[in-house]
Design a protein around this ligand. Structure first.
Ligand code: ADP
Ligand code: MG
Length: 631
């Protein structure tokens, strides 16, 4: 028999290298493990020095409780840990580490040097390991705490070293782990240096918000919504960012479970659900949420780097997260604030009407439309014109025009903080003094460009996207009726028939029960023809055949595995969009009134179901300030 096919016990060095591959994927994994060790050692200060993305050097210095000289060799022995005593402890893990694998793995694949001193010891102890070869420990001078230096990571596993990315990419991964720990432990003083340059120097703080500001900037920090709730032994606290702070990835979502940053699909889903309708589809909310449950209800030992966990009952946290956030949002006024002179905070990337365009519309309207109406003498003579006689510029005739054409009002797409001053809107005062003929006119809204409604409010003015608002109202009404099982339907004397492909007909008929709940009654008419015998009264204005075609498209793209709840929601979105007033549709005064009257009836009138804002506010103060009426 060929000798290579015999079974042999692997040497510890090989075992450790295999284990190292699991725990230590890249320099960032080393940093994560080291930071966790320093936290477990109750350090209050941690310094991290990185050279060349960690490929040359990773040095972590902490002021924690240190390691006893007699234990120094055990730090790099596999499965040696000070954190677990018996198997039972594994189910009540209170520390970040517990597997006793990290240092052994790291020392196996690097030039490793550790120095540590406990407070009550006179001298520190030094240990050096070169690619798994342990040198005799010796006494050394060192401050209280532990210093670990890792040089030439993966020097003896060339394949791994070769696969390291550029220093800046590796450093970005390190920064991410550093950030997670720094957010989870704001009371830790932490520094991070790369190639001798300070990247973060974080003072200890009791305010998580302060730390978030250092990482994510003051704009985000000022848009944080505090949340807190407890239920069934589980607690959630932290901050959810205003929906306007959404991102293209989930990278802004930090979920911590018992102090550990975790990636959990189900909880991410709950977060997405909580913001449903508040951020655009395809965009992701930003949140920093801390979940706490008794240690025995979660298994943290299911993933080598402990990034994933398993819950005894994942539904408890799912529901807690979803309901806490949802209730909080419903209790708030989430209208987008229209801030002149600064771009809207990361406006949702929609090819349709963005905040920016709405701002432009407003400026263009103020500059052109209004003055045109004024000079033509039409302003104030129509019953649907709001009483704008308070417009401050109108009395300020001596002010020289600062900006001659609306196009010159600059709105840089992404102004840097320094650009902000220049980007302030400068509006030209209209040439003619305004004397509204019927100042008492009852109507408070005005339609502009057959697209927006401008409404005077006690605080200032609000610009409403007529389609977005109506869509939201329709959506809320339909959803409420579907949930209560009472969608009002209109029966058709003669059913509408539509010819489809056999696949399309099959898709529709498969879902006929669900569609019936939504008020769409469908029957198989034989062949590939489907008959619609009734549809929701609310959708009276929509073209039923076009609607069914869209439903087929939606069923086709969402696939058969889509959850029922999500399918209903998508259908509701689509139906309300179809049935709503369009942009470009001229509204009568009565229609405007009816639309605005319903505005207060829906749970979330501030965003259309796609998450675009339905309204932008411009406060009286803001107006006064812009026109130089305030100090
Ligand atoms: P684990 O953290 O799972 O116990 P590690 O390999 O990360 O395993 O560390 C092994 C042991 O070394 C720890 O249990 C701890 O006793 C000790 N140790 C590691 N880093 C530090 C540190 N910075 N301060 C004090 N003790 C440390
Ligand atoms: Mg550890």
């Amino acid at each position: 028999m060929d000798v290579t096919s015999r079974i042999r016990q692997l040497s510890p060095a090989v075992i450790n290298k295999i284990a190292a591959g699991e725990v230590i994927e890249r320099p960032a994994s080393v940093v994560k493990e080291m930071l966790e060790n320093s936290i477990d050692a109750l350090a209050s200060r941690i310094e991290v020095d990185i050279e060349q993305g960690g490929a040359e050097l990773i040095r972590i210095v902490d002021n924690g409780e240190g390691i006893h000289p007699d234990d120094i060799l055990l730090t790099v022995a596999s499965h040696a840990t000070s954190k677990l005593r018996n198997a039972d402890d594994l189910f009540h893990v209170q520390t970040m580490g517990f597997r006793g694998e990290a240092l052994a793995s790291i020392a196996e694949v690097s030039h490793f040097r550790l120095r540590s001193k406990q407070r009550d010891q006179l001298m520190g102890t030094e240990l050096e390991v070169q690619g798994g070869a342990i040198k005799e420990p010796c006494a050394c001078g060192c401050p209280d705490g532990t210093q670990i230096e890792i040089r030439q990571l993966f020097f003896n596993t060339p394949v791994r070293r070769k696969f390291l990315k550029t220093p800046s990419t590796e450093f970005a991964h390190i920064t991410e782990h550093f950030t997670r720990i720094a957010i989870a432990y704001p009371n830790l003083q932490m520094t991070l240096r790369h190639n001798g340059r300070i990247v973060y120097d974080l003072p200890a703080t009791h305010q998580l918000q302060e730390r978030l500001e250092l990482f994510f900037g003051s704009e985000l920090a000022s848009q944080l919504i505090p949340v807190e709730a407890t239920h069934a032994g589980a607690r959630i606290w932290g901050f959810a960012a205003h929906p306007s702070q959404n991102k293209g990835t989930r990278k802004g979502q930090y979920l911590f479970l018992n102090g550990r940053c975790i990636q959990d699909r189900s909880l991410q889903h709950a977060l997405g659900e909580a913001y449903r309708g508040l951020v655009m589809i395809g965009r992701h909310p930003v949140a920093f949420l801390f979940l706490e449950i008794p240690a025995d209800q979660v298994d943290v030992n299911v993933h080598p780097t402990k990034a994933e966990v398993r819950f005894q009952d994942s539904q408890v946290l799912y529901r807690l997260l979803l309901s806490t956030l949802r209730n909080k949002f419903l209790s708030m006024d989430l209208d987008s604030k229209l801030t002149i002179g600064a771009s809207p905070a990361s406006a949702p990337s929609t090819p349709r009407i963005s905040d920016l365009q709405i701002q432009r519309e407003l400026v263009a309207w103020t500059n052109q439309e209004l003055s045109r109406q004024v000079s033509a003498g039409t302003f104030g003579t129509q019953s649907d014109v709001p009483p704008f006689e308070k417009f401050p510029v109108l009395e300020n005739q001596s002010l020289p025009p600062r900006c001659s054409a609306p196009e010159t009002a600059s709105f840089p797409e992404t102004p840097s903080p320094n650009d902000r001053e220049q980007s302030a809107v400068v509006m030209e005062p209209p040439a003619v003094v305004l004397h509204p003929a019927s100042a008492e006119a009852e109507v408070r809204a005005m339609q502009v460009h057959d697209c927006y409604l401008v409404v005077e409010t006690t605080e200032g003015i609000t610009v409403i996207d007529q389609h977005a608002l109506h869509e939201r109202i329709m959506y809320e009404q339909l959803r409420r009726r579907v949930l209560s099982g009472g969608v009002e339907v209109q029966k058709l004397l003669i059913p509408i028939t539509i010819d489809l492909s056999s696949r399309e007909a099959g898709l529709l008929l498969d879902q006929s029960d669900l569609l019936q709940e939504l008020g769409l009654h469908l029957q198989d008419f034989g062949g590939n023809t489907v008959a619609l015998s009734a549809y929701p009264t609310l959708l009276a204005k929509a073209d039923p055949a076009a609607l069914l075609k869209e439903i087929v498209d939606l069923l086709e793209t969402s696939g058969r595995r889509i959850e029922r709840r999500d399918l209903i929601d998508s259908l509701l979105h689509m139906m309300s969009c179809k049935a709503a007033i369009k942009a470009g549709q001229r509204l009568s005064a009565e229609e405007m009134d009816a639309l605005l009257a319903q505005r207060h009836l829906c749970d979330d009138a501030h965003h259309c179901p796609h998450g675009r804002p339905t309204a932008l506010k411009l406060s009286r103060d803001e107006l006064d300030r812009q026109f130089g009426r305030l100090g």
